[in-house]
Design a protein around this ligand. Sequence first.
Ligand SMILES: Cc1cc2nc3c(=O)[nH]c(=O)nc-3n(C[C@H](O)[C@H](O)[C@H](O)COP(=O)(O)OP(=O)(O)OC[C@H]3O[C@@H](n4cnc5c(N)ncnc54)[C@H](O)[C@@H]3O)c2cc1C
Length: 237
Amino acid sequence: MSQRVAVVGGGPAGLTAAIYTARAGLETTVFDAGEPILARNAHLENVPGFPAGVNARTFLEATREQARRAGVEFVDERVERVTRADGGFRLDAEEAHEADFVVAASWPDVSYLDDFELERIERGSKTMLSVDEFARTEVEGLYAAGRVARQYHQAVVAAGHGATAGLAVVEDSDEPIYHDWVAPEGYFTGRDRDVPPGCVEIDEAEREEREAESLRALSAFAAADPPTMHPSVDDED
Ligand SMILES: Cc1cc2nc3c(=O)[nH]c(=O)nc-3n(C[C@H](O)[C@H](O)[C@H](O)COP(=O)(O)OP(=O)(O)OC[C@H]3O[C@@H](n4cnc5c(N)ncnc54)[C@H](O)[C@@H]3O)c2cc1C
């Protein structure tokens, strides 16, 4: 049975962490309590790859779909508490779930981790977690990524830190990894090298098929919603 990863939070950090762990073959579930804060953005103009920016709701939904395609399961519930169980973790949402690894990628409120001795950083009403350079906390098997790990308050920084956390989980798991790379046929084998773990080689027909599917998938995200407002702003006329 493959090892299980629970990601708490479905913003850019959590979704990206989950994409990496699922692609490496780990059974990955994202728990999300509601709306990622990026849904409030009016127009997202500093994420690479979008010359004229992108609707932030489109960006989030496309990233969620990317995670689904990688095999990620979603539980749209708040995680109330995480505790140790059988060498791994137990997560209490509406039901109890178990995991071998937990990635905290929530808002900067970590009351659900009160059972653990963790170095906390208080910033006004926010509580963040201290992590090492690979997003590991002091608790074995527990990682933190994005805003809750005191990263810059920017979507691409959160996503990149989520990738770091996801790769650290893979490195600490039983799945072997070199890099998550898709290479053209012969890139390794043409030099009499084995394809390293985590990498694949695809031939030209497969490449064309994947490229066509990527264009079809993008076109599904043409329609987009307007931003949501901060809850403390009175939106009545
Ligand atoms: C108005 C506005 C405009 C912005 N514009 C930009 C911009 O132009 N460019 C840019 O780069 N950044 C922008 N940002 C910042 C950007 O949105 C954040 O830095 C980024 O979303 C942080 O990502 P994250 O994944 O760390 O956290 P979040 O996106 O906050 O995601 C955390 C997720 O955790 C979930 N969660 C929290 N607690 C729990 C729990 N106990 N159980 C389960 N789920 C939980 C929440 O539902 C949420 O979905 C903007 C932010 C705002 C508010």
